[in-house]
Every structure is written in C-alpha cells, then in structure tokens.
Design a binder for this molecule. Structure first.
Ligand SMILES: [Zn+2]
Ligand SMILES: [Zn+2]
Length: 410
C-alpha cells in the first residue's frame, strides 16, 4: 500500500550533477568510452541489469514489471555524443576538452533518461508503477555522425531488437528556442530525411592556353550547380517540402591548367519518401545532361542517410496524453511545427512503432558566462536547460506507468 506523500520524486540534484559532468567531458560519436561507462555505472547503481558495448559504445538497461508477457515492451532512447566544435558559453561547467562540445543537448537527454530510469526503478520497487510490461533504456552512440553508419544503425545491426524485443520506442530531443518545459508533439512526418550526394564530373585536361583541346570540368560544374537549384522549384509540388543544398565544391590544381575533374557534394532533405525518389531521379538526369552539354560525363553517388522521422498516430497520442496528465494542456503542444533537421531515431521506427518529440529549451544561450537569450543547437553558445531534467524524468516515468496500466497494445 502506497501513500501519496511517499510518491517517489525525480532526483533533480543528481541529474544536474550527471548532466554537468557529461557536459564537461564531451566525446565524439563512437568514442563515448568515458560517457558510456559513467552511464552504465549509474544504471547499475539503480539496480538495473546493464548491457555494455552494443554498437560500439552503446549501453542498454532493462526492467520488467508484473507479467512481462501481458504488457507492452517499451524502449526509451537517449543519445550520448558531442560535436567537434569549441565551446564559448563561459559557463563554470563548460567543456574541458578543446574542440569538443555538447552543443546539441545530448548531455541533457542522457541525464534525463538516467533520471527517468532511476525514478522508474524506485517507483517499481515502491509499487507506484504497477501492471505488466518491460522497459528497455537505450543510450546510443553517434547520433551526429550522419550518413549510413550512425549509432542507431549500428546498435540495430548488432541485434538491439533481437536481444531486447520492442513494441514501441520513444525519444525526446530538446527544442531549442521553444518555450521552457513545454512539450511539442506532431503526428506523421516530423523531421526530414537527409541524403548525401557526391557528384563527379569528368572531362579532359589541357594547358590554359589551349582551351579548344580541353573538356572543362569546372565550367560544367558551375553550370550543373545552377541547374541543380531548379530541381526542387521545377519538379516538387509547391505544398511539398524538399530542400537542396550544395555544401562543397572542388576542381583543379593550379591557375593555368584546365581541370579534367570536378566534385560537388550536396544534401537532399524531405519529409515524404516519394518526394526523395522524385528529387534523386531528377538530379541524376540534370547532372548527366549538364555534363554532356560541355562534353563531359557526370556521375551521382548517393549515400542514403537518415530517413524522415514519421510519428505513428497511437504512440504519439499516448505520449501527448501522458504529458497532458502530468503537466496540463498549457504545457503540451499537439500540432508542433515540423523540423527540417534530421535524427537517426528514424531508424528505430523502421523496426517498431513509436514517436519522437521535443521539450522546449527556453532562452538558454550563454556567452562569456552571461545569458544571451534564445540559442540554436550546434551553436558555441548553446546550453541544455537543466530545469527540463525533472520534466523529462517525470514524463518518462509517467509514460511507463500509463502504458503498463493499459496492458498489451495491438
Ligand atoms: Zn545535433
Ligand atoms: Zn541532437
């Protein structure tokens, strides 16, 4: 028998200490050795069984309640990697590692899920979380790596869902510049896919004095870039979203030799996979025709990266209902704006149902130790908002409580 006054609460001081410790000691994708050890030790101290080294530096813990066969198998996910950039917040707990920084808030996501695991373990022991089911806590490496070999893909390839069968997976990212402590949900396509293109144009070299003997790859490249920017405007229906950008160009070695080869790297982002198919096809056609117009050949090599994050309706509604129960309708947005950035959480959704959502990070930028207002992620002035640690931990525990009470989902 439990009493409301004995309700287990999130341990804010501990979570803030964990978050700031991880923030001071950032590690890049697949190098999260100290971070994953730190995470595993905390999870073990909560009395959970812990698996280390899945997908390189990934850590997984699990807890079962009641009759696990009669309840849902849930997975809650956080990411642990930092970015290769110099921190300029000037905060007392700023990065101690030159050129590495937790500028996307993954330190906060990790501390929030650790706090959630601690709270869930305590509430299970005290009988406040009842019913049936299993929770798997996923701490993944290398979300920021991009391309086709990120942390989520490696954990899945190394048997994440075989070893820890999962019906539904959930993830939280901080929402930079959004209202502090508010949760943002959106059904369906929520975040863009991201594919990397490498375009190679091949012609023929010549002395700069004899251009009639060359097939100038640099000229074909320049024309190709101009034409590629027409692909979205001339092919994608205006109400659909597709984003094309050129990120790198290179050609030639010296001023008086006409280059025989030119390279362009570019990126395509979309919400709907059909749009990606259309844009990829048109890009290949444009590159080929443009190169040919200058006597060159064009090749497009595609590195299919993160798919779009598409939130499944029932899991999204359940998560929003839990947030509303805990925090009230004022702090829950159910028609959040879509996000054009990408997330490798999308790979989990290829294997099971689930949803991904945000907690507003508020005005949490700092420069030289002083607040500078709203700040985007991947900025040297970004800091995760510690006030959200309690929100996140309460949410994770509340979601598990609600799901275990409801029993098996179909
Ligand atoms: Zn990021
Ligand atoms: Zn991130």
């Amino acid at each position: 028998m439990t009493h409301t006054s004995s309700q287990e609460r999130p341990d804010f001081d501990a979570m803030r200490d964990w978050r700031r410790h991880i923030h001071q000691n950032p590690e890049l994708g697949f190098e999260e050795h100290l971070t994953s050890t730190y995470v595993a030790e905390r999870l073990e101290s909560f009395g959970l069984s812990v698996t280390r080294g899945l997908g390189g530096t990934g850590v997984v813990a699990q807890i079962a309640v009641g009759d696990p066969d009669k309840g849902p198998r849930l997975a809650l996910r956080a990411d642990m990697d930092a970015l290769p950039m110099q921190e300029h917040t000037g905060l007392p707990y700023a990065s101690r590692v030159a050129g590495k920084m937790h500028a996307c808030g993954h330190d906060g996501h990790t501390a929030m899920l650790l706090g959630g695991a601690d709270l869930i373990a305590r509430r299970v022991r005290s009988g406040q979380i009842k019913g049936n089911g299993t929770v798997t806590f996923i701490f993944q490496p290398a979300e920021e790596v991009g391309g086709s070999d990120g942390g989520a893909q490696r954990m899945i390839a190394e048997g994440l869902f075989d070893k820890f069968p999962t019906d539904e997976v959930y993830g939280i990212h901080n929402g930079p510049t959004e209202e502090e402590g508010r949760m943002y949900f959106r059904e369906g396509p929520f975040m863009c896919s991201s594919d990397k293109l490498e375009i190679v144009i091949r012609g023929a070299s010549s002395h700069g004095a004899t251009p009639h003997l060359a097939k100038d790859a640099s000229l074909a490249m320049a024309s190709t870039i101009m034409a590629l920017h027409s692909v979205v405007s001339q092919n994608v229906p205006p109400l659909e979203t597709a984003i094309f950008n050129v990120g790198q160009v290179s050609a030639g070695t010296v001023f008086n030799i006409i280059p025989s080869e030119a390279r362009i790297t570019a990126c395509i982002r979309v919400f709907n996979p059909e749009t990606a198919t259309l844009v990829h096809r048109r890009i290949k056609e444009v590159v080929s025709a443009q190169a040919q117009a200058f006597g060159c050949t064009g090749e497009v090599i595609v590195d299919y990266g993160y798919p779009s994050v598409v939130n499944e309706a029932q899991t999204l509604a359940a998560a929003a209902a839990t947030a509303t129960r805990l925090f009230g309708t004022d702090r829950v947005v159910t028609d959040a704006a879509r996000v054009t950035a990408s997330e490798d959480f999308a790979f989990y959704l290829k294997h099971c149902s689930g949803s991904f959502f945000l907690i507003g990070n508020g005005d949490n930028g700092y420069r030289d130790g002083k607040p500078i207002g709203p700040c985007s992620v991947h900025s040297p002035y970004f800091d995760f908002n510690d006030n959200n640690l309690t929100v996140g931990a309460e949410f994770w525990a509340g979601l598990v409580e609600d799901k275990f009470q409801q029993g098996v989902t179909t």
